[in-house]
Design a protein around this ligand. Structure first.
Ligand SMILES: Nc1ncnc2c1ncn2[C@@H]1O[C@H](COP(=O)(O)OP(=O)(O)OP(=O)(O)O)[C@@H](O)[C@H]1O
Ligand SMILES: N[C@@H](CCO)C(=O)O
Length: 394
């Protein structure tokens, strides 16, 4: 008897593992059984979301890359008759990121559960199902440019969709993410996976007004356990879109992660309100090349290096990241074999170096430059995470 496993999509965002006997088909469990028992007693849903690197040089707020470092959220719903838990939810948090920031375990404050509550309340569910246990395992360093907040927002919409049994598509979940994180590059990469180009639709005036609702109304400040009963504003349909690009399999991503935080809000505040035509054209020329350059095999180092240059955000962010200018200047394919291109990851301070070989050597040189500014770093060798956010059932 031949038995194999088959992974099948469930309502577009989940994945079930079936046992299949080749002669008679699916034997365990049936789809109906699974739909009934999802997130019910003793079944754990495991939501996995990759981190991301945004911009990749010239693609400011447009281009994102999901990477193989995953946030995990393990969810069980006990289905008890009543609960003493605030909002029926208990959170535990396992920090594998070595971040100093303490993550709140209050479901009204924690970013992941707060986003899940936003989604649930848009669908007339005021709290989590009784009693929901959420265990978060986080290896993504916070505030370093690897999309930790975007990953947490995606985790939140996936969690709300799961426990509320809402069955929303990933395309619709992207709209909810964009009500919270307003630039689509990180969230689209984490949700859909891979190397993506993203854009926002031009909206009708009434929808612009809905999308520009202050964040405090979308994610109201904690009300001390008191449910105000207010239904939050729902996002307009199809605010954001993405397109996946090819990625040459030889290209790996080295993330050099300095041991200090640059909050994205601060890194956006140093950017100018307007740009010269020359700088805009410079970025457009490179952004147009980037998908072809990174999708072609074998990779062409000169083309990739050129396509990763930027004049829109990196020059302004150097004031927040000691050593950034020097690193971007001296690390080139001509001076460093194996290197293809280099950029600030997201809003920084992480540096993303794309390379085909000599990963240790490349990381060491960048780490030495940071060390000369008394900054220590960790580094990771990562690959594109093509799957995006997934749900599996144990
Ligand atoms: N797993 C998480 N659980 C709860 N809150 C989180 C989590 N991950 C991130 N956050 C929140 O997001 C903040 C970091 O967001 P920020 O946008 O500044 O940086 P980033 O997303 O890591 O970097 P970038 O946007 O440049 O890629 C943290 O300080 C924390 O408050
Ligand atoms: N595109 C965003 C990514 C960081 O969240 C920025 O560079 O500010």
């Amino acid at each position: 008897m031949l038995i194999r496993t088959l992974k099948a999509p469930l309502s577009d965002v989940g994945q079930i593992i079936f046992l299949v006997r080749q002669d008679i088909g699916v034997i365990s469990p049936t789809i109906a059984e699974l739909l009934d028992s999802r997130t019910s007693a003793n079944m754990t849903s495991v939501i996995k979301i990759p981190c991301s690197s945004a911009n990749i040089g010239p693609g400011f707020d447009v281009i994102g890359l999901a990477l193989s470092l995953h946030l995990e959220v393990h969810v069980t719903v006990e289905n008890k008759p009543s609960s003493q838990l605030p909002l029926n939810c208990a959170i535990t948090y396992e920090d594998q990121s070595k971040s100093v920031e303490k993550i709140s375990l209050d479901p009204e404050v924690n970013l992941i559960t707060r986003v899940a509550l936003y989604l649930l309340r848009c669908h007339n569910q005021r709290a989590f199902p009784v009693e929901t246990n959420v265990h978060i395992i986080n290896p993504i360093p916070l505030g370093r440019g690897l999309g930790s907040s975007g990953t947490a927002v995606v985790a939140g919409v996936m969690l709300g969709n799961e426990v509320g049994k809402l069955g929303l598509s990933k395309e619709r979940l992207l709209d909810y993410c964009l009500m919270i994180e307003r630039h689509p590059d990180n969230v689209a990469a984490s949700l859909f996976g891979g190397f993506v180009g993203t854009y926002l639709n031009e909206l009708k005036p009434e929808d612009v007004a809905r999308k520009e609702i202050p964040l405090s109304e979308v994610l109201p400040a904690p009300a001390g356990g008191v449910d105000t009963g207010i239904r939050p504003p729902e996002p307009p349909m199809a605010i954001g879109h993405y397109r996946k690009f090819n990625w040459a399999p030889e290209i790996k991503a080295i993330a050099i992660i300095p041991d200090f935080v640059v909050p994205t809000a601060n890194a956006r505040n140093v950017l100018p309100e307007s740009y010269s035509r020359a700088d805009v054209v410079f970025n457009l020329q490179r952004a147009a090349l980037l998908p072809a350059a990174l999708g072609s095999s074998p990779p062409d180092p000169e083309m990739i290096f050129l396509a990763m240059q930027d004049k829109v955000h990196q020059p302004y962010r150097k004031t927040l990241i000691p050593g950034l200018t020097e690193i971007l200047q001296f690390m080139t394919p001509a001076t460093q074999p194996g290197l293809l291109g280099i950029c600030l990851s997201g809003a920084g301070p992480t540096i993303l170096a794309l390379a085909t070989e000599r990963f240790d050597e490349i990381a060491d040189r960048i780490i030495s430059q940071f060390a000369s500014n008394n900054i220590s770093c960790q580094w990771k060798l990562l690959e594109p995470a093509q799957d995006g956010a997934t749900v599996t059932y144990n």
